[in-house]
Design a protein around this ligand. Structure first.
Ligand code: SF4
Length: 409
């Protein structure tokens, strides 16, 4: 909890996390449901939660730090909640709010089986965000996921270059990204590739690379999120000297908070828009309309409609507010940052997460193992050491025949 005490900002230590998520029952009746529409399908949408937290430690991500421990609900209770959303509020699509709902494979399978047993996939479809590594691990389960109504997966592919994936601590490779996309498409699940752009070393060439990569991988959808330097993430700790904007109202993944060394913010926005234009123009002309006549085609055309709606309304990437009207306006865009905002010391403190402790324990374990290995190697070396045949007896101090005399009393 943070509050202002006179001129000082005070932040209390973090409270402990809620361990029993099943004890929390969201009240869905308070929503004005007419406002919650999923444009691609023209149905009501809800964003329920199955788990909190993430056991991974991607350097740019605030989620694992924010939630700290990974905790998951009883899959039956989540299915109960979905059933209520469908029956009581006519929800036709839901997106699991989880950072990575597939991490606990057993519970995720149980959840899918519950939905199938209740006949819910005919009445509600759904989407998730997840990791490339989970898709590869679960490749044989993808048909079951699809049968349970999972139709849309946003994949944290993040980068087109291995160097960046390593910098993000993603623990994946560019080849894994491509394979995971193919596996999802083969299972008839729409796949959305997510890229993070706008770090210090971004250039027009690296932006172009992400476009080429996206086109080569052929996900159904792609998005380019602006890197956002959330305080208390490991990458922020590294880059904090380069962070100039602390107007958190603009920390929304679409505003270029960071200025790359070789580009202006306007050029960065323009490069991202160029990628969107080319990707969706080609998809609209050569892919979406020709993807059969059933659910697939309808869904993709619905996604295109959602994009066009945001583009025409100029809400896409806050283009209206920034005054972006195309390449010719890139030098004139204004993001209206409130430059009076600064960061309070308390906000920069690093939160100790379970994943932090696990990573430290892993490091300690590796160090101990390396030490043991070193000792074993040294002993083996000693055992293998042979004295030359003509060597005399071993003398004290390893010296000659004259031994050190005890001083006379
Ligand atoms: S896997 Fe996703 S949620 Fe987890 S730390 Fe990485 S980016 Fe964040």
């Amino acid at each position: 909890m943070a509050f202002k005490d006179g001129d000082e900002i005070v932040a209390t230590p973090a409270a402990s996390t809620v361990k029993n998520l099943d004890g929390i029952d969201p009240d869905w009746t308070i929503l004005d449901w007419s406002k919650y529409l999923y444009t691609p399908r023209g149905v009501r949408v809800a964003i329920p939660n199955m788990a909190r937290g993430c056991p991974f430690t991607c350097s740019f991500c605030s989620q694992w730090k924010f939630w700290r421990d990974y905790r998951v609900r009883d899959p039956k209770k989540v299915a109960d909640e979905i059933e209520r959303l469908v029956n009581d509020h006519q929800v036709g699509f839901f997106i699991l709010a989880d950072e990575e709902p597939t991490i606990n494979r057993r519970k995720f399978i149980e959840f899918c089986e519950e939905l199938i047993a209740r006949g819910l996939p005919d009445r509600v479809k759904w989407g998730i965000n997840t990791r490339v590594t989970d898709i590869m691990r679960d490749r044989k389960l993808l048909p079951l996921f699809r049968q349970a109504g999972l139709v849309h997966v946003s994949l944290g592919t993040e980068a087109a270059a291995q160097l960046k994936l390593d910098q993000f601590n993603k623990e994946t490779t560019v080849a894994d990204n491509k394979l995971a996309i193919k596996l999802l498409r083969d299972a008839d699940i729409f796949v959305e590739a997510q890229f993070i752009v706008g770090l210090d070393n971004e250039t027009p060439e690296t932006l172009e690379e992400t476009f080429q990569m996206a086109w080569d991988w052929q996900p159904d959808l792609a998005n380019w999120a602006m890197y956002t330097p959330w305080p208390f993430t490991p990458l922020f700790q590294e880059l904090r000297d380069q962070v100039e904007v602390y107007d958190f109202s603009k920390y929304n993944f679409v505003t270029p908070i960071m200025k790359p060394a070789a580009m202006t913010r306007g050029e960065l926005l323009n490069g991202v828009m160029k990628n969107y234009r080319r990707f969706y123009m080609r998809k609209a002309l050569f892919h979406y309309p020709w993807r059969g006549t059933g659910f697939r085609r309808k869904y993709l055309m619905g996604c295109l409609k959602a994009f066009l709606k945001a583009g025409v309304g100029r809400t896409f990437y806050d283009l209206g507010k920034a005054g972006y009207w195309g390449p010719q306006s890139k030098a004139k865009v204004d993001f209206h940052f409130d430059e009076t905002r600064t960061i309070a010391e308390a906000q920069m403190q690093d939160w100790d997460a379970t994943a932090d402790r696990a990573a430290r324990a892993r490091e300690r374990q590796q160090a101990v193992r390396a030490q043991v290995k070193e000792r074993v190697a040294e002993r083996a070396k000693e055992a293998a050491f042979q004295l030359p045949a003509d060597a005399g007896p071993i003398m004290a101090c390893g010296g000659g025949k004259q031994q050190m005399q005890e001083p006379a009393e």
